[in-house]
Design a protein around this ligand. Structure first.
Ligand SMILES: O=c1ccn([C@H]2C[C@H](O)[C@@H](COP(=O)(O)OP(=O)(O)OP(=O)(O)O)O2)c(=O)[nH]1
Ligand SMILES: [Mg+2]
Length: 146
């Protein structure tokens, strides 16, 4: 499926891109004038230098990269981040350091991945009665119990 995304890259970074032909997400890079250091449990808003025009009916999700998570304890705090189709500001990534050591983000580091998704819009239809199911109101780990 082809989705047109307009990206204005103000940095010297390459455009976000799929690392392999089968990749779901395009890796996106930090756009920094100086390295950013995160103390344990510190969160920071990292600019990417990119702005985009997402077609109506789509969104872009900002997701963490597993390599950063397992090696450095860095993840996106609000995962998946939502880039709305009508957003024209700079895409930013909220990173948090969940390791117990200081972590440094350098200019050009691949900090997250962008996934283009179709968005369905729903309308509420008010009703007094909901359809019955076996699960009913059970949730939050209620299955599999004796
Ligand atoms: O990881 C993210 C999440 C959001 N945004 C930008 C694009 C998005 O369209 C806008 C608003 O995001 P969201 O709806 O998640 O935040 P909010 O707290 O509800 O803010 P708003 O009231 O502006 O919608 O912020 C990012 O750049 N990165
Ligand atoms: Mg919002």
């Amino acid at each position: 499926m082809a989705v047109e995304i307009k990206i204005i890259n103000q940095s010297s970074n390459p455009l976000p891109g799929y690392a392999t032909t089968g990749a779901s997400g395009m890796d996106v890079r930090a756009h920094l004038e100086a390295p950013v250091t995160l103390q344990p449990l510190e969160r920071v808003l990292i600019p990417t230098g990119i702005f985009m025009e997402i077609p109506g009916g789509y969104e872009v999700q900002v997701r963490p990269r597993s390599g950063l998570a397992v090696k450095q304890g860095l993840t996106c705090l609000n995962t998946p981040g939502t880039i709305d189709a009508d957003y024209r500001g700079e895409v930013k990534v909220i990173l948090i350091n969940l390791s117990n050591e200081e972590q440094v983000i350098q200019q050009g580091d691949r900090i997250a991945q962008l996934v283009v998704q179709k968005v369905e819009k729903a309308e509420w239809v008010e009703t007094a009665v909901l359809g019955e199911t076996l699960r009913a109101a059970g949730g939050f780990g209620h299955t599999g119990k004796q």
